[in-house]
Design a protein around this ligand. Sequence first.
Ligand SMILES: Nc1ncnc2c1ncn2[C@@H]1O[C@H](COP(=O)(O)OP(=O)(O)OP(=O)(O)O)[C@@H](O)[C@H]1O
Ligand SMILES: O=P(O)(O)OC[C@H]1O[C@H](OP(=O)(O)OP(=O)(O)O)[C@H](O)[C@@H]1O
Length: 219
Amino acid sequence: MSETRLKIALTKGRVEQQVLPLLEQAGVDCDLIRHKERRLIFEAPTQPYEFILAKGPDVTTFLERGAADIGIVGSDILVEHRSTQYELLDLGVGKCQFILASTADFDPAAPKRKIIGTKYPLITKRYFDRLGQDVEIIKIEGSVELAPLTGLADAIVDITETGTTLRENQLQIYDYLQPVSTRLVVNRLALKQHQSAIYELVDRLAAVVQTDAEKEIMQ
Ligand SMILES: Nc1ncnc2c1ncn2[C@@H]1O[C@H](COP(=O)(O)OP(=O)(O)OP(=O)(O)O)[C@@H](O)[C@H]1O
Ligand SMILES: O=P(O)(O)OC[C@H]1O[C@H](OP(=O)(O)OP(=O)(O)O)[C@H](O)[C@@H]1O
């Protein structure tokens, strides 16, 4: 019988940087990824894993189409892209918050129809639907903070971690929507086919994931 090789789609960038130490503590050899230069696919030579490095939204596409067995991606992306994949583990990294933010003169209670800039139109729409407000949503691909500063939008829905970007651009938080963290998700068919290999990796990762309480004790 041939050995199971798990295809793992890992979000490149911030998530990759925070997840590599966890994978290493769980015994996964990440040397090739650390020295990858422009390569995007890595076969771990001594281990049954193949890593695919992709943008977060594409990680969900690889999983949905069965081109990857496991995905490592932010919960922001999973919610925004209506992912129906099975979530097995909160990796406790990539932690940030969805917020409503704007300049100091923004009035959230003003009766006019608001214009909201965001990378996350679905999450934004759901938030304002819950408030019973009809808003105009402008999709922005990055540097979302520019929107209220330039008059493109009245406010933004974005994620913040340290608050530095908001502070340095004189923006303030008007509401907190939901927390975000990096999740390990799995294609349902892959879970049926490779159950023991997937759970073996998940158990090893779960053993090195620190809870918030543990992180506080370590500080
Ligand atoms: N400030 C932040 N702090 C912590 N986690 C964040 C922060 N911003 C984003 N994330 C998490 O990291 C994921 C990817 O972020 P990253 O900034 O690497 O990629 P990106 O948003 O595609 O940006 P870029 O296009 O600049 O590469 C997000 O989906 C989210 O889960
Ligand atoms: O609260 P902070 O720690 O300052 O982090 C917040 C920033 O991080 C994210 O942007 P990212 O760095 O992904 O760049 P982007 O604007 O290109 O999306 C987010 O969109 C904020 O701009």
